[in-house]
Design a binder for this molecule. Sequence first.
Ligand SMILES: Nc1ncnc2c1ncn2[C@@H]1O[C@H](COP(=O)(O)OP(=O)(O)OP(=O)(O)O)[C@@H](O)[C@H]1O
Ligand SMILES: [Mg+2]
Length: 258
Amino acid sequence: MIQIQNLQVRAGEKDILKWVTLDFELGKNYCLLGKNGSGKSTLSSVLMGHPKYEVTGGMATITSPQPSPSKGEGEATNLLEMWPDERSKSGVFLSFQNVPEIVWVKLSEYLRTIYNIAMKKDKTDFKDISPFIFKRFIKKHLEELDIDGKFLDRDLNVWFSGGEKRKIEILQMKLIEPKYIILDEIDSGLDLDAFKTVATMLKSMSNEHNSIIIITHYFTILDYIDVDKVFVIKEGEIVKEGWKELAKEISEKGFEGI
Ligand SMILES: Nc1ncnc2c1ncn2[C@@H]1O[C@H](COP(=O)(O)OP(=O)(O)OP(=O)(O)O)[C@@H](O)[C@H]1O
Ligand SMILES: [Mg+2]
């Protein structure tokens, strides 16, 4: 479980998150709604450890569901003190609203690296998969997502279209099977077919061992992924919690009165 209590966050001169308290439990899906500029991306970036943000108060912890000899079962670890790669290894994954482009990092090598690291988490004796075998292994995933194999030889996200970047995000999730999957507007910029592919893949990935956290301004994605809880954030504070009916109400009436 990820538990966030009274989280306060500043960037530059601005106090962006003022009072955020919420939990994400494995086996449940969530939706975070709020107007533009309310703090949704800030919250997701802070959970992932983006250095741009300064945590000025409150806490966020992550509890491992696995019994671990050194920590004991279910001991909470301070998420905010972990490096981003440790957070990732603990199962936190963020699909960025603005997906970064990284030159000189070939997509195939990036995917192979994260796959090898993810596999070693569970199997310490796992031997790195070779580039040749990996290219064969990844083929079925590329086909499922309708991604051209030629992309593997390109630099990570460089000159990829918005929709192509989104699909690569899904591909990463398929490879590393994160526990806490934060999707910051993954449904924006997709054509109808790409949206269906992405939403269907996400639906198939949802299970009792993970938690999907959807940030969206469109609500169609909620027809694919069942959410257990909806949070509404306004000016850096969680102002309302509810069930999926709350998302429906907001999709019809907007944020007026919330
Ligand atoms: N480094 C920064 N310095 C100053 N203000 C910032 C900084 N980063 C973000 N902000 C401000 O913090 C507020 C929250 O931004 P955030 O990106 O979290 O909003 P959001 O809820 O994700 O909005 P949207 O729905 O438009 O994506 C905005 O007013 C934004 O301009
Ligand atoms: Mg945002």
